[in-house]
Design a protein around this ligand. Structure first.
Ligand code: CA
Length: 556
């Protein structure tokens, strides 16, 4: 059997098991359905889904490149293996089978290096592992276990600034303090050049204790900004990247990339170009994704640096396109802007960098969790997940998103412990000391969601399986499919070489019938029902339930 035919068969069976039986799609006999009414008020067992999902994963269509499905982990809050209340690397290793079952094939580890803060974005030593999290051996075990599972690991490279406890900064400060007012000699202390010291205070500057010197520290006094004009700093960063790529890291997430030279995009882009060239020089297969927390047009401009990926803030977060469309659900003028926005973004980013890889996300450790933006509505939360994970590029999800965790306001709330079970802990009796448990979990723990076929967790598993099984979803160029953007239906077409798909979303609570008479020769390959109602295709009519998603592919 041709691989594509086998794939279609598997996708059809997946759709069937998801409670969305396609019927009589062109040239294909649809699987039989029982026709019995399903009681959606009761938890449904997920057992039947298992075989279909394992068949999908066994296809091995997951591309061995940088178009992956990444899972962001805050180690501190994820899983505690030794009962001290703080998550650790051995805890992450213990959950790799879980992550593989979920279907992800990449992990972004938030900083793991020694640091004086719980979030660890002020690094004291880039070549070591914070004792809270374990040892270098634990890190090596994690990288080895991920490699065995073909899960790539990218590390958070926090090099806009170091921690104030870093030996480079401490050496520079000690030297300035030893001068007793005399002028410094750069040759006497090479680390002066690593930071921005000056004799003038002002916004973003902090005083060096006991001296009349100030240093740039835009985020906080314990995060002194590195001087990216220094060749020595660049050599240090090249050495750090080489060290971790040699250990088995697949690449890096570049923290605060628009602050290398705050307010100076051209200089920041030059640094990104240098990072990209240097990293690829060390390891041609490595992957870099930059945090440029800015507008759509700025992100498009930053792609001129040649960087592979930039987190797509134009679509993610509370102000992004996905949430604005979800908030406008049921309102055709709002819904109709979605596919057009995807097309516009692809054109703009590609104009700056032909080889860019989009990096969509919904939430991360700095912003409120998506469930809150969706008004804690399960169906909207699922559809938002599908809008994110069916985008082209390297898609990211934040730990806990797959169970609809909540969290907003303060950082510790956004970084709450993963809700593995009803005891609401991450492996110990107490949550990590710096994190805040939300008052309620609208959708229950993983433990309760696992056996419920209608849960957010099982929706995410099917969603990720669909994303992995059809590479055109991650690799394709996206255009709005004008004839299919009618009412509250959003239609987009993706093209990758000879492969094509059309993704239809019903961005409304009411079901809709989509006229596909102009699409003879297309068939329903996969469907994702948020509310448990069926999604069917009969002749030229696609019946799409409220908040439902259908993926069509050519029928050969
Ligand atoms: Ca621990």
């Amino acid at each position: 059997m041709k691989k594509s035919a086998r794939l279609i068969g598997l996708l059809l069976s997946l759709a069937l098991l998801a409670g969305c039986a396609p019927q009589k799609s062109a040239n294909e006999t649809a699987p039989e359905t029982s026709g019995a009414a399903v009681d959606y008020s009761q938890p449904r067992k997920a057992v039947e889904t298992e075989q279909a999902l394992s068949d999908i994963h066994a296809l091995g269509t997951s591309p061995d490149d940088n178009y992956r499905t990444w899972y962001e982990i805050f180690v501190y809050s994820f899983c505690d293996s030794d009962g001290d209340g703080i998550g650790d690397l051995t805890g992450v290793v213990s959950k790799l089978d879980y992550l593989q079952e979920l279907g992800i094939n990449g992990i972004w580890l938030m900083p793991v290096h020694p640091s004086t803060s719980y979030h660890k974005y002020n690094v004291s030593d880039y070549y070591a592992v914070d004792p809270d999290y374990g040892t270098m051996e634990d890190m090596e075990t994690l990288l080895y276990e991920c490699e065995k599972r073909d899960i790539h690991v990218i590390l958070d490279l926090v090099v806009n600034h170091t921690g104030s406890a870093h030996p480079w900064f401490q050496a520079a400060v000690s030297y300035l303090q030893s001068l007793n007012g005399a002028e410094p000699n750069a040759n006497a202390c090479p680390y002066l050049d690593y930071y921005f010291f000056r004799k003038e205070g002002g916004s973003g500057y902090s005083q060096v204790a006991g001296t009349d010197w100030y240093y740039e520290a835009r985020f906080s006094p314990d995060m002194p900004d590195l001087n990216w004009d220094s060749e020595s700093v660049r050599q240090e960063v090249a050495d750090i990247m080489a060290f971790w790529l040699d250990k088995g890291a697949a690449g890096f997430r570049l923290d605060a990339a628009k602050e290398f030279f705050s307010g100076n995009p051209p200089k920041n882009q030059e640094v990104l170009s240098w990072l990209q060239e240097t990293a690829v020089d060390i390891d041609p297969d490595c992957y870099l994704v930059a945090e440029v927390w800015d507008s759509f047009s700025q992100i498009a401009d930053y792609y001129n640096s040649g960087i592979f990926s930039i987190f797509n803030y134009a679509f993610g977060n509370a102000n992004g396109k996905i949430i604005s469309v979800i908030r406008g659900a049921g309102n055709p003028p709002v819904v109709s802007t979605y596919a057009a926005a995807l097309e516009k973004a692809d054109k703009a980013y590609r104009a700056s960098n032909e080889n860019y890889i989009d990096a969509p996300f919904l939430s991360n450790h700095d912003v409120g969790r998506i469930t809150g933006f969706c008004g804690q509505d399960a169906n909207k939360t699922k559809l938002a997940g599908a809008m994110n994970l069916l985008m082209s590029g390297s898609a990211f999800l934040y730990y806990g998103e797959e169970i609809g965790m909540v969290g907003s306001g303060s950082d510790p709330s956004k970084r709450a412990p993963m809700v593995w079970n009803e005891a609401r802990n991450n492996g110990t009796a107490e949550p990590p000391p710096q994190c805040i448990l939300p008052e309620s979990y609208p959708f229950g723990s993983l433990e309760t969601q696992k056996d419920d076929d209608g849960s957010i967790y099982n929706y995410y598993r099917r969603l990720i399986a669909v994303r992995q099984a059809l590479p055109v979803i991650s690799h394709g160029r996206t255009v709005a499919e004008a004839p299919l953007n009618v009412g509250c239906i959003s239609g987009q077409r993706k093209t990758w070489g000879e492969e094509e798909c059309i993704i239809l979303m019903n961005i409304d609570e009411n079901s809709a019938v989509v006229d596909l008479s102009a699409y003879a020769g297309w068939k329903l390959a996969a469907s994702l029902s948020a509310n448990g109602q069926p999604i069917t295709m009969e002749d030229a009519a696609l019946n799409l339930c409220g908040y439902g998603v259908a993926v069509l592919i050519p029928a050969e």
